[in-house]
Design a protein around this ligand. Sequence first.
Ligand code: G3I
Length: 382
Amino acid sequence: MKKHLIKLACHSTPIFLNRNSRLPVLFVMLLITYSCKKKETPTPIVVTPTDTTTLRSVAPFPVGAAMNPDLIKDNTFYYKIASTQYSSLTPENVMKFAATEPALNQFSFSDGDYLVSFAAQNHMRVHAHNLIWYTSLPDWVVNFQGDSLAWESMFKTHIDSVAGHYKGKVASWDVVNEAIRDDNGTLRNQDVSAGDGSIWRRHLGPDYIARAFLYAHAADPNALLFYNDYGQEYDVVKLDSIIALVTGLKARGIPISGIGMEMHINVNDNNTGITTALQKLAATGLLIHISELDISLNPSNNQSMVLTDALEQAQSAEYQFVAETYRAAVPAAQRYGITTWEFSDAASWIPIYYNRPDWPLPFDASYNKKAAFYGLLTGLQK
Ligand code: G3I
């Protein structure tokens, strides 16, 4: 059952109202009056947030979502939320390698251009995603034949062309995505067939990461450049490796501006890991972007799971915790923002990828606000 949250000035905790049986305004006012009477000094009655309060209006830093151009074009509910709630947009898929260079030296920018123009119309920042990733590559790259010079040329041409096309139109790039392994914090190795290798590491050597940043900077000198990865909140070895990687790049004068902490988490995750990771990342002095936040409710892959109020409330509390902890751990000047990976359960990658029922995002599959929306809203403004 979906709830709406109204936070009363005289209450320390929010009240959740059933959306399907909204209380008449008069009754709410009486409720407020009665509640406030219990206090010795009545405070002015302020109902905040109202149901029209948006995430972007309360957040003291950019608040974003990954978005999909087809859904913006085809779904009016999606369009309305995308154009009103967010101040930052990350293309979920359309700026990746396979989408932008589907054949060698043939580039395709129409979907990305659409998102750039949608963002401009709605006064949103574009955080572009991504230039170099070990997976989701077109077959022609996987099958590419050539010596190391030919690989370097192909790699550089892609970065030059894509970052060059979006020069001045996007604020920032995830330049290198997920280059560190999960198990031991080393670079994804040369064994591509094992599923965790990197074709780039194999053909270009370990310093391909530094060169990707140099090429991206040359193509778009004003763009802020990020290293982006997952698992930093639960794998301290990986976290420390990422910090060593980016601080090493920085020390060499490689143009890196920030770290993306993806944060694909679930309601059972250990919050201490989130706090520790944000504190350690902030200590680098770089910009910190929570770049792909979603909070799974079904990490055990229960095929018959149903969504309950208790789960919704736990998820709401977790969204609030993440936003509050980000504000507490990351100094204002380093807050690049919080981005969720899509915003509606209907568009989340999780149910498809894991083949399970799940509800990881702040809006439900019918584009109604969930308790999670209000948890995030509260955490952003506290
Ligand atoms: O567009 C094709 C469609 O034409 C085709 O019919 C269909 C059949 O499988 O595939 C469609 O492409 C899919 C695409 O999403 C668009 O829906 C791909 O198969 C699928 O692999 C792709 O998944 C994306 C995944 O990255 C891989 O690129 C997810 O949407 C996207 O949410 C996910 O995002 C990643 C971040 O980039 C990096 N961090 C992790 C995050 C979650 O995995």
